[in-house]
Write a protein that binds this ligand. Sequence first.
Ligand SMILES: CC(C)(COP(=O)(O)OP(=O)(O)OC[C@H]1O[C@@H](n2cnc3c(N)ncnc32)[C@H](O)[C@@H]1OP(=O)(O)O)[C@@H](O)C(=O)NCCC(=O)NCCS
Length: 221
Amino acid sequence: MGILKLVKAFGACIRSWIGWHCYYRSERYIFQVIIDECVFDEQNFVPKVDVDVRIIHEKETVCDLLRDGFTINPPFALDMLETLPGQVLLCLFVERDLAHWQWLALDETAKIYPPLKIDYETDAYQWRGLTAPKYRGLGLYHYAILNLFKYAKEIGKSRIVFTALKDNYLVLRAWAKLGGKVCGELYYLRIFAWTFWQTPKRNAYFFAEEGREIVIDQSRT
Ligand SMILES: CC(C)(COP(=O)(O)OP(=O)(O)OC[C@H]1O[C@@H](n2cnc3c(N)ncnc32)[C@H](O)[C@@H]1OP(=O)(O)O)[C@@H](O)C(=O)NCCC(=O)NCCS
């Protein structure tokens, strides 16, 4: 009986290794938020703890914060700061500890994932939202998005675009509450080293009126 369990566990490991290394498929929704069309009561999105909101434009600011006694611990990865050019990083600190971050890409120098073509004249692309496990469920994600809207508006952006895995219900629900609308779908397939992104033709219908369809940047696939 013990050996059978062991063989089964080994089989499961092999299957997941093959699954991860040889074949992976995911489906995402593309969302948009037209900032001026969002009407919500900010009182509904006050976090359950006191937070200090910082919008960071350059790596050096993070060094200054660390010198001032702020802490940044895993799961946040400081090496990601290398990719800061072309983006801003919105941080929520709880008692000087980094509790949540979100990234907002503002121009083409930002190497975003998935590789979408964003019209940065009017749009910004939100990605890499992450709350440290011990701070989850405190409303930080909602509050961060709200602050992101304000910032994007201040710098003259009218639309925020982002994508979410179709089964990431927390994220889908949060954005739906804050006025995010599904405006397309996106498929990803990886077989060994071959990767493939696709948007279905029906995506164009979402943009029939405004003609601002979000498509894949083929030069980056
Ligand atoms: C998705 C994620 C950012 C949400 O962060 P968060 O700060 O916990 O989110 P919020 O507290 O603002 O709200 C999320 C919802 O999930 C609930 N929730 C999230 N974590 C919870 C927890 N540990 N316990 C209880 N409820 C929780 C919240 O109550 C809220 O529900 P509601 O909308 O019905 O009120 C976080 O779970 C995370 O970092 N996930 C991994 C990375 C990821 O998926 N990122 C998003 C894609 S970029």
